[in-house]
Ligand binder design. Structure first.
Ligand code: FA5
Ligand code: MG
Length: 468
């Protein structure tokens, strides 16, 4: 098949994905490294930790219809318009999204299928698990190809005589959910009344409140289940109890999604930091109207499956999920109780810095916020980015991708370590620390240097930066 050489290289006429040919255009930016990962469907590979995780979560949502085979090439309309993303929403930018061409892309989230599945109107609850793709940060909890599980539950207002009966039913359903004694740090974060309204035009605050309670309890139950399994695995490995080492701590934080309101994210305390594991909220009623199910009300969530699997098995690095090494794959068996992941020998890290002046015309790049959560996972919604047509302005995700394309899974982390603007000339200089480490062998000094050299040269070639 004809493929682009690289994100900034010359385009050829078409891309072939899933046996389908797509014409390329000026929006095309899917690199070969991503196409090579496309189609592995780790979430349904027997005995793969992501598949085991998916099945475990599905088991906490009995009666839901599970969709696990929806194709990853979707339209811009499915991925964004159907969900109410505004035309200028930053998530649409080529800096964040892999476009096949201006109308077609690799889905950035499983929400891309929500409207289609709602339209089938075949069940009250459903899940959608799938591979998703994003240009994003490089670190141990972010990867450009990852997996999400969407979940939604709705109640049909028309099935009830009165809205009071609806509230009664949801309350009964809530009372039937498994109870837990989990400490939730912030069960009801305040939310912004304008950016995250209660949708009072469509349902009462009381209805929103009981739906939200049902949503949060369901997801807390999911996390508790994962944690109990992780705890058993630790005990079985003779490593004591997780509860002693690092007690389960979760918190709800306000979030913003075009397709839910109000919205939240759930974070879990993991290895000394808050790890964002999912986004969720009360489904935007106009979305349900667009899906021809205007009489349904309910909730939806989107979980990062890798993040949950990391908690469940104690997997320390997201790159491992893509490993074909039997020392990794051989450790998981869906017929046996969850077992703790045993790291194979850890090879040394090789950090290298690259410092450069941005070209004078360059718009300010977007940089990672040094916030507590491993942001910018929610960045699709919050970052302020240059417009889609502004190439070749340097964007941090361009460096992330150059690093991935050049060093593959030998790159562990890319972090901004210095950001300096010259007081007289106004020129801006950035320094990134790129940490090289193979999961499978020790990289030699020469190998690390060679990778670093190639990445630095690509930065110069593509973005006209001046190395310092
Ligand atoms: C979304 O994608 C929303 N569509 C989720 C949603 C669905 C909200 C339904 C409301 C209703 P977000 O961009 O935060 O949200 O991603 C969801 C989860 O995916 C994150 O919490 C995180 O666990 C995971 N995730 C995001 N980016 C990455 C990445 N680069 N690598 C690994 N996991 C990621
Ligand atoms: Mg998020």
């Amino acid at each position: 098949p004809n493929r682009r050489i690289s994100s900034g290289g010359p385009t050829t006429q078409s891309l072939t994905i899933d046996g389908e040919q797509y014409p390329s255009d000026s929006w095309t930016n899917v690199p070969p490294a991503i196409l090579a990962q496309y189609g592995r469907k780790l979430h349904v590979q027997p005995n793969h930790p992501l598949s085991i995780t998916r099945a475990l979560i599905e088991s906490r949502f009995p009666g839901f219809r599970n969709h696990n085979d929806l194709p990853g090439v979707v339209t811009v309309s499915q991925n964004f318009d159907s969900l109410g993303f505004t035309p200028d929403h930053p998530g649409r930018n080529r800096t964040d999204t892999y476009y096949i061409n201006k109308d077609t892309l690799l889905r950035t989230h499983t929400s891309a299928h929500e409207v289609d599945v709602f339209r089938q109107n075949a069940s009250n609850g459903y899940t959608i698990s799938a591979d998703v793709y994003r240009r994003d940060a490089v670190d141990r909890s972010h990867y450009p190809a990852f997996h999400q599980m969407e979940g939604a539950l709705t109640w049909d207002v028309n099935h009830f005589k009165t809205r009071q009966d609806l509230v009664k039913q949801i309350t009964e359903d809530f009372d039937k959910l498994p109870k837990h004694d989990l400490v939730v740090e912030d069960p009801n974060p305040t939310f912004h009344p304008e950016r995250n309204p209660l949708q009072e035009k469509h349902h009462s605050p009381e209805e929103a409140e009981i739906i939200a309670a049902h949503l949060k309890r369901s997801l807390e139950d999911m996390v508790v289940t994962i944690f109990k399994e992780a705890d058993k695995a630790l005990a079985a490995a003779g490593q004591g109890s997780q509860a002693e080492q690092e007690p389960l701590k979760v918190r709800w934080v306000e979030a913003f999604f075009p397709h839910t309101s109000p919205s939240w994210e759930l974070e879990v305390w993991w290895r000394g930091d808050w790890l964002e594991v999912l986004g969720c909220g009360i489904i935007d009623q106009p979305l349900l109207i667009r899906a021809d199910v205007p009489s349904r009300v309910g909730w939806a969530f989107g979980i990062g499956l890798e993040r949950i699997a990391m908690l469940l098995f104690g997997i320390p690095d997201i790159r491992l999920f893509w490993s074909k090494d039997s020392r990794f794959l051989g450790q998981f068996n869906e017929k046996l109780p969850i077992r703790r992941f045993q790291p194979f020998s850890k090879h040394p890290a090789a950090p290298r810095d690259v410092s450069f002046w941005l070209p004078q015309s360059s718009a300010p790049p977007v940089v990672n916020t040094p916030s507590s959560a491993p942001s910018p996972a929610g960045g699709q919604l919050t970052r302020n980015e240059p417009s889609a047509t502004s190439d070749p302005v340097f964007h941090e995700n361009d460096l992330m991708e150059i690093a991935r394309n050049t060093a593959g899974d030998n790159v562990e982390d890319v972090s901004l370590v210095d950001d300096f603007t010259h007081p007289k000339t106004g020129r801006r200089s950035l320094c990134y620390r790129i940490t090289y480490r193979s999961l499978e062998k020790t990289l030699t000094t020469e190998e690390a240097n060679a990778l670093h050299q190639r990445i630095s040269q690509e930065l110069v070639g593509k973005f006209g930066v001046e190395l310092r």
